[in-house]
Ligand binder design. Structure first.
Ligand code: NAG
Ligand code: NAG
Ligand code: NAG
Ligand code: NAG
Length: 587
């Protein structure tokens, strides 16, 4: 790994001269394009009635003000996102992470965009490959499926980059597992499945986005990271003003800079006319500007090219035979990693060495949590865990903090069993009901206030509010959180840290454009790489939702949450609910 990193550093140095030249070139292009963009700018459709009428001008680009800095980063986009200087280590890690999630390059979109040459799931097929065994599979083998994508005229695609997901399932057995998809960059893809149960197994392949749609998402995140906008009320005495706020705020008028001094997390609002920046009292989501080029919305049509199943050219169901004694397992050569777990009898079984126990009643959960402090930080998908425990445990009583519904913070106590559970939203950007500025806290800072220890459990989940931004924003957030986790584990090594990943969700057009599964996948890949090697545990919400037969949902339905809670509780009391007599501090 070090060798690879060194090699890459050298290469970068050698290229720096070329890069400066390129940067100047791109800079010139950008200046020109900004003018072109202004002319082409289509009217933005307003989807929120809450937004004031004055913000139209705020979103106009003043091309003479926006001067892209020639930075050390090849990405010349998001010029009005101001990034704090980083340590060379953080900057290098960021580059490597961005490289590792780079999506295949694709030819530029036709103008005006036509669907003709884009991937059409109805014209695409998959085929189960017979493999070396000539069509006989046993438990322990891997099955390979070849997917061939074609366009709307039925012509085979020649390039890759489509976002496909695959799963193998048997609903009767309550069984399901995610397949690993490999892009061959020639219009065909492989999906590889681990065969983990005996009996029928059905292959399902789904196109989430054609690669042209991903191009649009990429462009939106670099050109319009402010398409979801936020607002704050400023108040002093009888004076009150509202202005717009964001991570990346176009500098068309004076700004208030709320960059967090401890973490360097950026946040800005337009300065109110009469009041000072200190007068900001709250934060809320403002609205969403949907601004696509002509026909681009055609790339995001449910039932056409957004989350549509691809049909099999032959059979999609096959039989998995029992494992035989002298069986040499058939493994695919094209994947290096397998699934993180699978469902069997509707119960999640982890494949990372964790034994997942069942916590089916209040006393089993209470026994597990006895003497524990559980702090949850993150978005509403972590709040679901808090809500689950409160519902499942009659003796866990919520103390009414008079918090705004859905925003928190929340606190619950089971006094008799000495259980404390808290839940708090992560810091901005948060698309949320009106919350007081006093409740805006960054997770990294909160973690610095946690003593930790063997009775402390920290649950983190940060992903769903970052879908409109360049990935750097998410990487930096995680770097800050990771630093705080490392500090916490240094001072209290017994602390249990569990991180929930992002999951797939229903994708109507506005959600596709602001919180696509594609972006969540990228976030998850960044997250997994960044916390690799640390003493933290993951709840792989992505696979737990994809492998399940219930529809994809931002807030997964109760049967899936129950399985996630079982994973969490299994980490807390790894002896499982059967050893109720064990001392409560043992883990
Ligand atoms: C695409 O590449 C894969 C892997 O190299 C190969 O198996 C397949 O035959 C190729 N498909 C086409 C249409 O060239
Ligand atoms: C745009 O920039 C020019 C030159 O800096 C400045 O004079 C003008 O006031 C700016 N316009 C707005 C709307 O900020
Ligand atoms: C905002 O404040 C931070 C911290 O003081 C500073 O580093 C950054 O340059 C400021 N950003 C802008 C755009 O003024
Ligand atoms: C609760 O679950 C535990 C572990 O599965 C089991 O041993 C116990 O009998 C159950 N208690 C009740 C009241 O159902």
């Amino acid at each position: 790994m070090t060798a690879i990193m060194k090699a890459r550093v050298c290469t970068r140095k050698e290229f720096s001269a070329i890069f400066v030249f390129l940067a100047v070139f791109v800079f010139t292009l950008l200046l020109r394009n900004t003018d072109n963009l202004k002319e082409k700018e289509s009217p933005r459709s307003r989807t929120s009635s809450e937004a004031g009428s004055s913000d139209k001008s705020q979103h106009k680009v003043n091309s003479t003000v926006i001067v892209p800095k020639v930075s050390s980063e090849p990405d010349m986009h998001h010029s009005f996102c101001t990034f704090q200087p980083r340590s060379p280590e953080d900057a290098l890690e960021e580059r490597l992470l961005l490289d590792s999630i780079a999506w295949p390059e694709t030819p530029p979109l036709s103008d005006p965009l036509s669907l003709d040459q884009t991937s059409d799931p109805a014209h695409s097929t998959f085929t189960i490959l017979p493999g070396r065994t000539g069509g006989q599979w046993h438990v322990g083998d891997q099955l390979e499926v070849m997917i061939k994508m074609s366009d709307f005229h039925g012509r085979p695609k020649k390039s890759g980059g489509d976002f496909l997901v695959a799963r193998l399932h048997n609903q009767k057995l309550g069984a399901g597992v995610v397949g690993q998809v490999v892009d061959h960059h020639n219009g065909s893809y492989s999906a590889v499945f681990s065969l983990l149960w005996e009996g029928d197994a059905q292959v399902e392949v789904m196109l989430v986005h054609p690669h042209e749609a991903i191009q649009v998402l990429n462009r939106l995140n670099s050109e319009q990271p402010d398409r979801i906008y936020f607002k704050s009320v400023f108040q002093s005495g009888s004076l009150s003003e509202t202005t717009f706020c964001n991570v990346c705020l176009r500098p068309t008028q004076p700004l208030c800079n709320y960059t967090d001094l401890r973490t360097g997390e950026p946040w800005f609002c337009y300065k109110p006319k009469k009041l000072s920046c200190d007068a900001r009292i709250n934060h809320a989501m403002g609205g969403f500007n949907q601004d696509l080029n002509a026909n681009e919305d055609k790339l995001f049509q449910s039932g056409v090219n957004l989350k549509v199943s691809i049909q099999s050219s032959g059979l999609a169901i096959f039989i998995v035979l029992p494992k035989t004694k002298d069986q040499s397992e058939v493994k695919s050569s094209i994947v290096t990693s397998g699934p993180s777990g699978y469902y069997y009898q509707s119960v999640w079984r982890a494949l990372d060495g964790t034994t997942v126990h069942q916590f089916n009643n209040a006393s089993a959960i209470t026994q597990c949590l006895k003497g524990k402090v559980v702090h949850m930080y993150g978005d509403s998908t972590v709040r679901q865990f808090y809500e689950y425990l409160n519902t499942a445990l009659p003796d866990l009583k919520e103390f009414d903090l008079h918090s705004p519904k859905k925003a928190g913070p929340y606190i619950s106590l089971d006094y008799a069993n000495n259980i404390l559970v808290t839940s708090r939203f992560h810091g901005p950007p948060i698309r949320i009901v009106v919350v007081s500025t006093s409740e805006l806290r960054y997770i990294a800072n909160e973690l610095d206030g946690v003593i930790g220890g063997t009775n402390t459990v920290v649950v983190l989940g940060v992903w769903a509010h970052f879908g409109t931004f360049p990935m750097e924003i998410y990487i930096r957030r995680l770097q800050n959180i990771r630093r705080a986790v490392v500090r916490l584990l240094n001072r209290s090594p017994g602390t249990l840290v569990v991180i929930r990943t992002g999951n797939l969700k229903a994708l109507p057009l506005p959600v596709s454009l602001t919180n696509s599964d594609w972006h969540s996948l990228q976030c998850n890949n960044v997250l997994k790489t960044m916390f690799k090697g640390l003493n933290v545990h993951l709840i792989d919400a992505w696979e737990m939702v994809l492998a399940h037969h219930l529809p994809h949902d931002l807030h997964p339905p109760p049967p899936i949450i129950k399985n996630m809670i079982d994973v969490l509780l299994s980490h807390i009391s790894s002896d499982g609910p059967l050893t109720l007599e064990a001392p409560t501090h043992a883990r």
